[in-house]
Design a protein. Structure first.
Length: 123
């Protein structure tokens, strides 16, 4: 798998291309960072997380966010094998909401742990 290295996309007169596990991590970060409806041509790309950020905390809200991430990864990232139980949503003491995702990269069959900040106070 190959991907354009975001945000450092341009190097002189060529594009910065990354491969394999770095490309998978970059694509996962872009998928989770996108809001549903932002990608022109595919209105279902990206989790609809922003509408849930200011709802009241609770176990149900964590389940909704986990389901949203799991569904998006299953649909738009076939290079990752992830089980729902391997997605954990954590609130740390610094006002951040973090998703820890344990997945298997189908390209090299290695286990990877991804830690993605979904929300940070002040954003």
């Amino acid at each position: 798998m190959k991907s354009i290295n975001f945000p450092n996309m341009i190097n002189g007169n060529s594009s910065n291309i990354i491969k394999d596990s770095k490309a998978t991590a970059n694509n996962l970060k872009l998928l989770v960072g996108s809001n549903q409806g932002e990608l022109f041509g595919d209105p279902f790309y990206g989790p609809a997380l922003k509408k849930h950020f200011f709802n009241q905390n609770g176990k149900i809200l964590k389940d909704v966010v986990t389901d949203e991430l799991y569904t998006q990864i299953k649909i738009f990232m076939p290079q990752l094998y992830v089980e729902r139980k391997n997605i954990q949503i954590i609130q740390d003491g610094r006002g951040r909401l973090v998703a820890n995702i344990r997945a298997v990269d189908q390209g090299n069959y290695q286990n990877y742990n991804y830690s993605l900040v979904l929300f940070q106070n002040g954003e």
